[in-house]
Design a protein around this ligand. Structure first.
Ligand SMILES: NC(=O)c1ccc[n+]([C@@H]2O[C@H](COP(=O)([O-])OP(=O)(O)OC[C@H]3O[C@@H](n4cnc5c(N)ncnc54)[C@H](O)[C@@H]3O)[C@@H](O)[C@H]2O)c1
Length: 266
C-alpha cells in the first residue's frame, strides 16, 4: 500500500483513463475524490471504487469554474481532512485543423485543458500549503502535446502548454515540498475502458475504426491501457518519487522516443 493515509482528487473520471487512475490510487490505499462535470461520471466512479473495497466520493464539478473548484477542495477537506494528491486528468480530446477550428470549440478546449488544470492546481496547492505536509500534483498530457498532429490544433496547443505549466508550477511550489509532474499517455487500448463502462451498466458503443495504425508504429508493439497510466501515477504520487519534480513521465510504448520514419512493426 504505497498511498495509505493519502487523499487524492482525480478530475475527469469517465470509465476510461480517469477511472483507471482513480481505481489504481484507491488500490494503493488512497481515499479518492472523483470529480467530473458529468455527475454520473463522478458518482459511478466513486461507487465502482467502493464496490471494489476502496474509499471514494463523487463530486460534480466543472473545473473551469473557480467557485466550483473551491467548493470541490472544501468538500474534500471536510470529508477527508485534506488533500495530498491531485491528478489533473479532465480534458476535451479531438478537434479540427487551424483552418477550420471554430473559435467557441477552441476556447472551450483551452478552458478545460489549460484553465481547468490551472484552477485545480491553484486551489489544491493552496490547501496543501496550509496543511504543511507537501503533496504531489500530476498533469495528464498526451503525445499530441509533444508533436504537431494535423487536424487537432486546440488539443496539441493546450497539451503542449501543460508541459511548461508543469515545470513552472513545480518551481512555484518546490519550497512547499509540493511536487508537480506530468504524465504523457498516448493512443490508448480501448478494451479496459469499454469493459469498465459495461461494469457501470453502460451500453457498449459501436466500435470505431481508427484511421491510423497506432499498434504498428508503437515500438513496444502494443498500446498502453489506463492501468499502465495508473501504475505511473501511483509512483509519482508516492514517496518513492520524493526527489522528482518538474518532469514528464511518458507511458507511451516508446512513441515519442522513436526515430520518426522508422516503422517498427511493418
Ligand atoms: N484516450 C486517449 O487515447 C488519450 C491519449 C492521450 C492523452 N489522453 C488524455 O487523458 C485524459 C483522459 O482521456 P479519456 O480518453 O479518458 O477521455 P474521456 O473523454 O473519456 O474523459 C474525459 C473526462 O473529462 C471530463 N470533463 C470534461 N470537461 C470537464 C470539466 N470542465 N470539468 C470536469 N470534468 C470535465 C469529461 O466529462 C470526461 O469524463 C485527457 O486529459 C486526455 O487528453 C487520452
Amino acid at each position: 500500500m504505497k498511498l495509505s493515509g493519502k487523499v487524492a482528487i482525480v478530475t475527469g473520471t469517465s470509465p476510461n483513463i480517469g477511472a483507471g487512475i482513480a481505481g489504481g490510487l484507491a488500490d494503493e490505499g488512497a481515499k479518492v475524490v472523483c470529480a467530473d462535470v458529468v455527475p454520473d461520471n463522478a458518482e459511478q466512479c466513486a461507487s465502482w471504487i467502493a464496490k471494489h473495497g476502496g474509499e471514494a466520493l463523487g463530486i460534480a464539478c466543472d473545473t473551469t469554474d473557480e467557485t466550483q473548484v473551491e467548493a470541490l477542495v472544501a468538500r474534500t477537506r471536510d470529508a477527508y481532512g485534506g488533500v495530498d494528491v491531485l491528478v489533473n486528468n479532465a480534458g476535451i480530446l479531438g478537434g479540427d485543423s487551424v483552418l477550420d477550428m471554430p473559435l467557441d470549440r477552441w476556447s472551450r478546449q483551452l478552458a478545460v485543458n489549460l484553465t481547468g488544470t490551472f484552477l485545480c492546481t491553484k486551489h489544491v496547492a493552496r490547501q496543501m500549503v496550509a496543511q504543511k505536509r507537501g503533496g504531489s500534483i500530476i498533469v495528464i498530457v498526451s503525445t499530441a502535446g509533444h508533436q504537431g498532429q494535423a487536424g487537432n490544433i486546440g488539443y496539441c496547443t493546450s497539451k503542449s502548454g501543460l508541459l511548461n505549466f508543469t515545470r513552472a508550477a513545480a518551481m512555484d511550489l518546490a519550497r512547499h515540498r509540493i511536487r508537480v509532474n506530468s504524465l504523457t499517455p498516448t493512443a490508448t487500448d480501448t478494451e479496459e475502458g469499454l469493459a469498465r463502462a459495461a461494469e457501470w451498466g453502460r451500453a457498449r458503443p459501436e466500435a470505431r475504426r481508427r484511421t491510423l495504425d497506432f499498434v504498428k508504429m508503437a515500438p513496444l508493439g502494443a498500446l498502453p491501457s489506463p492501468r499502465h497510466y495508473a501504475q505511473a501515477a501511483v509512483f509519482l504520487a508516492s514517496d518513492d518519487a520524493e526527489m522528482i519534480t518538474g518532469t514528464d513521465l511518458r507511458v507511451d510504448a516508446g512513441a515519442i522516443a522513436k526515430y520518426w520514419p522508422w516503422i517498427p512493426h511493418a
